[in-house]
Design a protein around this ligand. Structure first.
Ligand SMILES: [Zn+2]
Length: 125
């Protein structure tokens, strides 16, 4: 029986395994427009069949795109690429009314920050 070290109990899994999806976000520039589109959809967690239907292209083409995306982003699995997608949603999504983009449109629950009280006495200490 090996006892886990104290550090091992709390060590960040990303750091411990060396599989931090964050660096993948900085490689988005390597993707083609179509690959960015596929990556964005990949972040929804949908399977190849649904992605194929959604984009109107063959399932084998989807697989080829995903293999290329995974390689270009320096990831090893489509799941890791999907995590990159979620992290990079803001730069991948081009929908101006997308509620995931803070401040881009007023209808979004994230678009308008609560106003701070502007008179003395009501601001929490
Ligand atoms: Zn969006």
């Amino acid at each position: 029986m090996t006892r886990r070290s104290e550090a091992g109990d709390t060590a960040c899994s990303y750091r411990r395994t060396g599989h931090d999806p964050e660096p993948g976000v900085r490689r988005l520039g390597a993707l083609t427009e179509r690959e960015r589109e596929v990556l964005l959809l990949l972040g929804t967690g949908l399977g190849n069949r649904e992605l194929s239907r959604e984009l109107g292209i063959a399932e084998r083409t989807i697989k080829a795109h995903i293999a290329s995306i995974v390689a270009k982003l320096g990831q090893q699995t489509r799941t890791q690429a999907a995590v990159v997608s979620a992290l990079a949603h803001d730069s991948l999504c081009t929908d101006p009314s997308c509620s995931r983009h803070p401040g881009r449109h007023d209808g979004s629950p994230w678009g308008v920050l609560p106003q701070q009280p502007d008179h003395a006495g009501t601001v929490a200490a």
